[in-house]
Design a protein around this ligand. Structure first.
Ligand code: PAF
Length: 290
């Protein structure tokens, strides 16, 4: 497996692939890879001539008091996972090359970064868009893969690449779930067995909201169904539960077009996020969604 740590070396390789007419797929990650990442990797391998995974725990997207220091670094296991997925190239830069002394530029998407997770994580999305922009500039992919579990992140990155005309195709990938319904996340590793079992409450809240949405377009009723499920779980400390337009992420009062139920809930030491589609009553749920 080729492991590149310097942006110049990565960019030179990418330029060579472009000259040879090969297509490139990038899967940006912070490591601690799980089955959900694997599905992104497998798609990149299947759809592109060259698949690159980046592994970089980006300090810019963690706020004070968040889990940057404790974020799991599982390098050897990650390489084994990438090999299993058939990814042959890893870009794993250091802080020194990503943010050398004097680094003073950031990329910020307005509007989409006002609500949902941005309220309790100020500056988080600026950190994400800055690092993703940098990764795209170095790796020069034709396609970049992002999971729908981080729905707001996906919307923000799509907006950034469209607005700046980067010419990269952003490929959304469905949330990968454990058999219980729990969305796979690196932060599930912070949970005890008991907390993990109770964390299923997030996907149950989404399912409850979706089933009420099959009967009514009223956001208040749909949100009440989700909140009722969450209120019954003593370990759940709700950060937010919101029903938003699937594209603009603006809160909705009625579901007249595709919407998204998004939530962030603390279970024990972990802040978990999840989301699911909510369609106007009478619309069939897209296959594989939920
Ligand atoms: O979703 C993540 O793992 C991170 O936010 C990303 C996109 C790799 C940027 O650091």
């Amino acid at each position: 497996m080729g492991i590149l740590r310097q942006p110049d070396g990565m960019r030179a390789l990418s330029r060579q692939w472009w000259r040879e007419g090969r297509t490139l797929g990038l899967v940006p990650t912070m490591g601690n890879l799980h089955e959900g990442h694997l599905s992104l990797m497998r798609s990149a391998v299947a759809e592109c001539d060259e698949a690159v995974a980046s592994i970089y725990v980006n300090p810019l997207q963690f706020g004070a008091g968040e889990d940057f220091d404790g974020y799991p670094r599982t390098w050897e296991a990650d390489l084994a996972t990438l090999a299993e997925a058939g990814v042959a190239t890893v870009f794993a830069p250091t802080d020194a090359v990503m943010y050398p002394p004097g680094f003073a530029t950031s990329v910020e998407v307005a509007g989409l970064t006002d609500g949902l997770c941005a309220r309790s994580r100020p500056g988080h999305f600026r950190g994400v868009t800055t690092v993703v922009m940098k990764l795209l500039c170095v790796v020069l992919p034709h396609r970049a893969y992002f999971g729908e579990k981080d729905y707001q992140q996906l919307a923000v990155i799509r907006r950034m690449t469209d607005d700046l005309g980067l010419g990269v195709q952003i490929v959304p990938m469905p949330t990968w779930r454990e058999p219980s319904g729990l969305a796979m996340s690196s932060r599930n590793g912070y949970l005890s067995d008991d907390e993990r079992a109770r964390a299923v409450v997030l996907s149950r809240a989404i399912a409850a909201a979706q089933s009420v949405a099959a009967e009514t377009d009223q956001a208040a009723a749909i949100l009440a169904a989700a909140n009722e499920v969450l209120a019954a779980e003593p370990l759940a400390r709700v950060d937010y539960v919101e029903l938003v337009d699937a594209e603009t992420l603006e809160p909705l009062e009625r579901v007249e077009r595709p919407a998204r139920l998004c939530l962030a809930v603390h279970i024990g030491p972990a802040r978990l996020i999840d989301n699911g589609p909510v369609l106007p009553p009478g619309s069939p749920l897209p296959l594989g969604e939920g």
